[in-house]
Design a protein around this ligand. Structure first.
Ligand code: NAD
Length: 490
């Protein structure tokens, strides 16, 4: 067990009012003990962020850019210890953990290259009018457990660059790397600019309702997103919501089956399917349905699963017990309804994370391909967020588009074809914030992504994502006599 985790408030290490055990999902051993932030400590974190706001928001943009780059350097310098800690608390392979930490640095650097716009509305003898973007204030960053650091980077980089101060709350299931990063950054950022708090299920709702927080930047499930919005309503706190998805991929009949199988596999199963933008419904033209199904099964057999700490393992356990139970529940529902499993299915000798002898087994779910379940089944209609994928044949592209666009989500989608134009024509009809042709999950810090329908609102990344952390301020000067110069920028 790794010990010594503290919160970061006003640049200082702070013990919790109590602690709780964070479990390693591979064996349910204690990975570390995390502090539980009391209501008073949350008040202190918010007060520290507010106290730091005047200084940080008026720090010149170029200097803030330098701080964001320094954050990236400081975190990457700790790659080795952080990657082991991330694997222990999250379950992903060590390579994937390293990728997430380096991705955090990449995201911060890419975001630091962005700028805020300034509009000169009028510059006449009579009047000077300029609209600038100023920070929103104190941002509450609420993050899920699938990419504890990656998802945080999407928020911290633009929030800090734009001049906001932050209270960062990781998921209770994966607080350790975030707490460690908070500790690393005590020497990098001015006190109070970034505060890191951890705790139980009460902490998130307390943040959304906190009158000292000006904006909640939330990533997580659609169900919780509704609660966040309701919690923020009394204080009219601004929210951005990056929520769930049930992304369709449509495979046209002209694909090179062998070539796409590997890409589709990782599009669905990377991070054990625990990706908001994972392929979660695979619509395959009937002409290539059987060969592609076989190719996916064959490819899956080459992928080693097990504890993320073991050499050669590419996919680990599901991250936590409630999610494990949920994914097994979906598999049992499929089994009960007589669905065919082309691969996997509910584990035979494993129930509730224990084997027949009652030993703890960790939250391992077999890689599963469900062969043509009914469109209205739970495995198709619900976001699985685990290593489970329904394969769905179609004959007519109109039917595939209609099925792909059905449902409450609209996060991502992809179309796969040898004919780029044909794929594009289909892709433009899909109701999703991001549509890929012949690839999936390709994200960069300069490109905006946003959910349609109940996948959320507001955006992250790119210039639009940066603007979310700002609010416009127009200053108008009625000129009389000597012309007023343009106002100084901060
Ligand atoms: P979750 O909604 O259970 O929790 C997310 C975070 O919200 C956690 O930090 C949690 O403690 C906090 N929280 C819980 N209840 C709260 C409340 N009432 N008020 C404020 N905060 C609260 O989500 P999860 O299970 O951690 O994450 C999985 C979900 O996240 C999936 O649906 C996935 O698709 C989604 N996700 C979306 C994106 C995106 O960019 N759209 C990215 C990653 C994950």
């Amino acid at each position: 067990m790794t010990t010594g985790f503290t919160m970061t408030i006003a640049g200082e290490a702070v013990e919790g009012a109590s602690t709780y055990d964070v479990l390693d999902p591979a064996d349910e051993a204690i990975a570390g003990r995390a502090p539980v932030c009391s209501p008073e400590q949350l008040d202190q974190a918010v007060a520290a962020a507010r106290a730091a706001l005047p200084g940080w928001s008026t720090t010149p943009f170029e200097e803030r850019r330098g701080f964001v780059l320094a954050v990236a350097d400081a975190v990457e310098a700790q790659l080795e210890p952080l990657k082991h800690l991330l694997t222990r608390e999250q379950g992903k392979s060590l390579d994937d953990a390293a990728g997430e930490i380096l991705g955090f640095g990449y995201w911060l650097r890419g975001t630091a290259a962005l700028s805020l716009p300034e509009t000169v509305n009028e510059d006449s003898a009579e009047r000077l009018s300029v609209t600038r973007r100023i920070p929103v204030g104190v941002v509450g960053a609420i993050v899920p457990w699938n990419y504890p650091l990656g998802n945080a980077g999407f928020k911290l980089a633009p929030a800090l660059l734009a001049g906001n101060t932050v209270v960062w709350k990781p998921s209770p299931f994966t607080p350790l790397v975030s707490l460690r990063v908070g500790a690393i950054l005590r020497d990098v950022l001015p006190p109070g600019v970034l505060n890191v708090v951890s705790g139980d299920a009460a902490l998130g709702p307390r943040m959304t309702a906190h009158p000292g927080i000006d904006m909640i930047s939330y990533t997580g499930s659609t169900r919780t997103g509704r609660q966040v919005m309701a919690g923020a309503a009394p204080t009219l706190t601004r929210v951005t919501l990056e929520l769930g998805g049930n992304d369709p991929a449509i495979v046209l009949p002209d694909v090179d089956v062998e070539a796409v199988a590997e890409k589709l596999f990782w599009g669905a199963f990377a991070n054990n399917g625990q990706v908001c933008l994972a392929i979660k419904r695979l619509y395959i033209h009937r002409d290539v349905y059987e060969p592609l199904k076989r190719a996916l099964v064959d490819y899956a057999a080459t992928v080693r699963t097990g504890p993320g700490t073991e050499a050669g393992v590419r996919l680990g356990p599901v991250q936590n017990r409630p999610q494990y139970d949920r994914v097994l529940g979906l598999l049992h529902d499929s089994q009960d309804h007589g669905h065919t499993f082309a691969l996997g299915g509910p584990p035979r000798n494993q129930h509730q994370g224990r084997n027949a002898n009652g030993d703890r087994t960790g939250y391992f779910v077999p890689l599963t391909l469900v062969d043509n379940p009914p469109e209205d089944s739970r495995i198709v209609q619900e976001e699985q967020f685990g290593p489970v994928l329904p394969l769905l044949p179609f004959d007519d592209i109109e039917d595939a588009v209609t099925r792909a666009n059905a449902g409450e989500y609209g996060l991502g989608a992809s179309v796969w074809s040898a004919d780029q134009e044909a794929a594009l024509a289909v892709g433009q009809r899909l109701d999703a914030g991001t549509v890929w042709i012949n690839e999936v999950q390709h994200l960069t810090p300069d490109v905006t992504f946003a959910g349609h329908k109940q996948s959320g609102f507001g955006s992250e990344s790119g210039s639009e994502g940066l603007l979310e952390f700002t609010t416009p301020r127009t200053i108008t000067v009625r000129r009389g006599g000597a012309p007023t110069a343009l106002l100084p920028t901060t």
